[in-house]
Design a binder for this molecule. Structure first.
Ligand code: ADP
Ligand code: MG
Length: 381
């Protein structure tokens, strides 16, 4: 990929530039907790977007996408959203940086990567992060990683139309090799935990399904959590979100809420605790307990929060029963996408072979296998 970018840069701009990269991410545990101001545990991965940049002394930005073999050109002063979606990410990042009062000049830019698109690994955050990071460095803007994460998130909100949280950009910018990031979505404080699972591999199994339910059901879940909070607020002071609610409180007022609201809230409270438990386990090098929390997370997502689907349940269930898999769960919003699995190296080949075979007989197509290694965040190469 780097070679392709170098070649394209030379071919289109006839010069050399500086090379940057920013990765996609996985989330080990902590699902549907972000909008409830809870905890998540993402890590950056070895799949990334790479970009070469060089200021060109003009007001225009010339952009070349290696993967789409397509180009775009616009002025940094433009107020017109580019038509091509990939161009919107770059334009949006420039606009958000300008909103911080920073001066961005024209530049030449070529980029590409190997983060699978739309598979739940956040190729979009990788793209925003590398664009922001490269611009900040190229023009000496001195933006912090935290500012760049916000820039990426706001780019999605304001220029792409996706109202995402900040986890993906955060992981892409703050990630470190063999470490995962416990992010507190209420305060945005974060802490790194060792994720050095000697003898184990992390593998994603992409169910290759994308249910159209995802966004409507997402809104329903948010409303149900909100309903639970409102019920507790009537009795307890200082409750702003499910983060402030514990199981005792929830059980005390259980009879005042619909059973389904109770289950949704219980899942969120349990899931936050699972993140904390997984982190303590990682600190002690106890990967087995961490993996058990992942199994628990899937169970909760499937039965209490009800955001799984037959394909994801099949993959998680098969993995759970497979000797040598110590953790597995659906990852992301649900109703499709990937499971994330922690598999003993010596059992890896057998596991992949068998689960592929069984999934294929059940659903008529194999899952896509995506190996990942927890790696460093945005950086200059
Ligand atoms: P994801 O879950 O991977 O973030 P999104 O739909 O949010 O999926 O973002 C995918 C979009 O990001 C693509 O449609 C494209 O516009 C942009 N993108 C991601 N990776 C690349 C790439 N390598 N080259 C060009 N555009 C990319
Ligand atoms: Mg995205």
């Amino acid at each position: 990929m780097i070679e392709k970018i170098n070649d394209a840069f030379k071919k289109y701009y006839g010069s050399e530039g500086e090379l940057y990269t920013s990765p996609g991410r996985v989330n080990i545990i902590g699902e549907h907790t972000d909008y409830n101001f809870g905890y998540v545990l993402p890590g950056a991965i070895d799949k990334a977007i790479y970009a070469k940049i060089k200021p060109n002394g003009e007001r225009n930005c010339r952009i070349y996408s290696v993967d789409y073999n397509d180009s775009a050109e616009f002025s940094v002063d433009s107020n017109e959203l580019p038509k091509k979606q990939w161009g919107q990410y770059i334009y949006g990042v420039i606009k958000e940086i300008q909103k911080l009062g920073k001066r961005v000049e024209g530049f030449d830019f070529a980029f590409g990567g190997d983060v699978p698109l739309g598979a739940g690994l956040s190729s979009s955050a990788a793209l925003e992060s590398v664009v922001g990071f490269a611009i900040s460095e190229a023009f000496g803007l001195g933006l912090s990683r935290f500012q760049l994460a916000k820039v990426g998130q706001m780019c999605e909100h304001n220029y792409v139309g996706v109202r995402c949280g900040i986890m993906d950009q955060f992981a892409s910018l703050f990630g470190q090799k063999d470490k995962v990031i416990q992010l507190d979505c209420r305060t945005l404080d974060y802490k790194l935990y060792p994720f050095n699972l000697e003898g184990y591999k992390v593998v994603l199994l992409d169910s290759q399904v994308k249910h159209s339910l995802a966004s409507s059901e997402y809104n329903v879940r948010r409303a149900q959590c909100e309903e639970g909070v409102i019920t507790i607020q009537k009795h307890v002071n200082g409750i702003e979100s499910l983060r402030d609610v514990n199981l005792d409180m929830l059980n005390t007022y259980k009879n005042e809420m619909e059973e389904i609201v109770y289950r949704r809230c219980k899942f969120v409270i349990d899931e936050n605790q699972r993140v904390l438990d997984a982190c303590s386990a990682l600190e002690k090098g106890d990967s087995k307990t961490m993996g058990e929390k992942m199994f628990g997370s899937h169970q909760g997502l499937s039965k209490d929060y009800e955001v799984s689907c037959p394909e994801l349940d099949f993959l998680a269930e098969y993995a759970k029963n497979y000797e040598g898999v110590i953790g597995s769960r659906m990852m992301g919003g649900g109703f499709g996408g990937c499971t994330i699995n922690i598999v003993k190296e010596s059992d890896y080949d057998g596991f992949i072979h068998q689960i592929t075979d069984r999934y294929n007989s059940q659903f008529g197509r194999p899952p896509r296998v995506i190996d990942v290694v927890i790696s460093d965040g945005a950086r200059k190469l």
